[in-house]
Design a protein around this ligand. Structure first.
Ligand SMILES: Cc1cc2nc3c(=O)[nH]c(=O)nc-3n(C[C@H](O)[C@H](O)[C@H](O)COP(=O)(O)OP(=O)(O)OC[C@H]3O[C@@H](n4cnc5c(N)ncnc54)[C@H](O)[C@@H]3O)c2cc1C
Length: 478
């Protein structure tokens, strides 16, 4: 009699190296069925830019599995039903998956696990996404951390729970069963193909993730601590989409950084600073795991009454990069063109939406979730709440970024603006972050007519700032 296969359910862990679920499945000796389910009715189904990434990442995973000896089975439908139906078709006796931490998904997983156990199917689940499980990093009294610095100290002391697992090179694949065709899922945009520039910027998949890590370690990390706030050149790792899809794990990154620091190839300042950013990701997951409504409700109760404004024209101007503030517009256009935005600029555009325009952070969160290739439920919601001042360890409510001085400080020559707002390219550096202050002659020389070729600012920042402070004052201490 042939051996019952083991099913590996891939989710946000699209890799063969350091994949605990895949490892365990192979170790049990049974032939392996590899499954990915596209569940479009799931809470937090991938947004449009993530669907582009997902297509390419699944293609890459499928090719890597094929090379190792197994096929990737693609199914579209309700997650638990699809898993059960593949178990029924293959007679799988074991199921392996890496855990997820978003509220509703945790419940779905738990219910499925219980049901399969009842049916006599063995289920084993693993941590494939975090350095430590959210319930492992606890305060002295056993509670969850709400402030980053002590959280980071505790996580640092614990380190990752395990060493990275080696790459799986050979898998005994189970007999073939039917699979959807990836191209039929329509994950890629067409008519119009708004993602045409993505191809030149990104290489989705595990191989792309490893190449990006290598590039970061050899060319970028040496200036990371000093330069990471500069959007005008490649100053950060750009590993975020690879992490969001689990093409690389934080455990692998932790190991790479520590190995580099031990060998003297990575300075301790840069290594530690970078690891602390990875720790922010862990912190976000901790917050999400302990606050299931992080995406929809402010963590601080007084923000429930915040007087957000409805202003569709202003929201539209923000999404299109047409606010008249060059650094904001450059960021929003970088997002549209590449599916990614530099962290400093994310903070600036978020502050502008929430504080200058007084538009609800949930609208910004949803726009980012749809347009970012690295859209990540935990990082995105926690970061929006951080900027709003309504989240854990949040930025103080009175920190309202001035888009002009932020631009001058972090894009001092205006190169970032020139790249993404080409209609301002010929404006001298001293006016690039505030074109409305340029004399008519300078505007004419640069071919700019404000209000025609580039917008007049949609709001007066100093007036908006005072208005935001009045709103925040009204809810303070609530
Ligand atoms: C309003 C707003 C929304 C955001 N939405 C997302 C999102 O949807 N997905 C996402 O991954 N990040 C999000 N971030 C956090 C951060 O901007 C990105 O992680 C970072 O810009 C990714 O670029 P990088 O990989 O080059 O970063 P690096 O500086 O190289 O950092 C390495 C990794 O650390 C993690 N990291 C870095 N900064 C943060 C942070 N502030 N919070 C949590 N994790 C962090 C990311 O996983 C990142 O890939 C958001 C930030 C803001 C202000």
């Amino acid at each position: 009699m042939s051996q019952a296969p083991a099913l590996v359910w891939f989710r946000n862990d699209l890799r063969l190296e350091d994949n605990p679920a895949l490892h365990a499945a192979r170790a049990c000796g049974a032939p392996v069925v590899a499954l990915y389910v596209l569940d479009e009715n799931l809470s937090y189904a991938p947004g449009a830019a993530s669907r582009w990434w997902l297509h390419h990442s699944l293609k890459s995973l499928s090719e890597a599995l094929e090379k190792a000896g197994a096929s990737l089975v693609l199914r579209r439908g309700e997650s638990a039903e699809s898993v059960k139906s593949v178990i029924a078709e293959t007679g799988a006796s074991h199921v392996f998956w890496n855990r997820r931490y978003e509220g509703p998904l945790v419940d779905t997983d738990k219910a499925l696990k219980a049901e399969l156990h009842e049916q006599g199917v063995d289920v084993a689940t693993f941590n494939g996404a975090l350095l430590r499980e959210p319930w492992e990093v606890k305060t002295k009294t056993g509670g969850a951390y709400s402030v980053f610095t002590p959280f980071w100290k505790a996580l640092r002391n614990l380190g990752p729970a395990r060493d990275p697992l080696p790459k799986i090179r050979k898998i005994k694949g189970a007999d073939a069963i039917s699979s959807d065709h990836l191209d039929d899922w329509g994950l890629l945009p067409y008519a119009p193909n708004w993602a045409k520039e993505f191809d030149g910027v990104w290489k989705p998949g595990e191989k792309g993730a490893q190449e990006q890590l290598k590039r970061f370690l050899t060319h970028i990390i040496e200036d990371y601590a000093d330069q990471r706030d500069r959007p005008d050149f490649e100053s950060t790792s750009r590993l975020s989409p690879h992490l969001a899809f689990g093409e690389i794990s934080p455990v692998q990154i932790w190991r790479a950084i520590h190995t580099g620091m031990a060998a003297g190839a990575i300075g301790p300042n840069n290594g530690e600073k970078f690891l602390s950013e990875i720790a922010w990701r862990e912190f976000s997951y901790n917050i999400l795991f302990n606050n299931l409504t992080l995406v929809s409700q402010p963590l601080r109760q007084n923000f429930k009454d915040f007087p957000w404004r409805e202003d569709e024209p202003a929201f539209k101007a923000w999404t299109r990069g047409m606010t008249g503030f060059p650094i904001v517009d450059a960021g929003m256009r970088q997002l549209w063109r590449t599916g990614w935005m530099h962290n400093r600029v994310r903070m600036i555009v978020a502050s502008f939406l929430l504080k200058d325009l007084l538009i609800d952070w949930r609208k910004g969160e949803a726009w980012f979730r749809d347009t970012l290739v690295d859209a990540d439920i935990a990082n995105n919601a926690a970061s929006w709440q951080w900027v709003a001042g309504s989240g854990a360890d949040a930025a103080p409510y009175f920190r309202i970024f001035n888009p002009v001085t932020q631009g001058e400080k972090f894009d001092p020559d205006g190169d970032y603006v020139r790249c993404y707002v080409p209609e301002l390219a010929d404006l001298p550096k001293k006016f690039i972050h505030a074109p409305w202050t340029a004399p008519v002659s300078a505007l004419e020389k640069a071919g700019i007519t404000l209000g025609k070729t580039y917008p007049i600012p949609i709001i007066d920042h100093s007036v908006a700032r005072k208005r935001a402070l009045r709103c925040y004052d009204a809810i303070k201490g609530g």
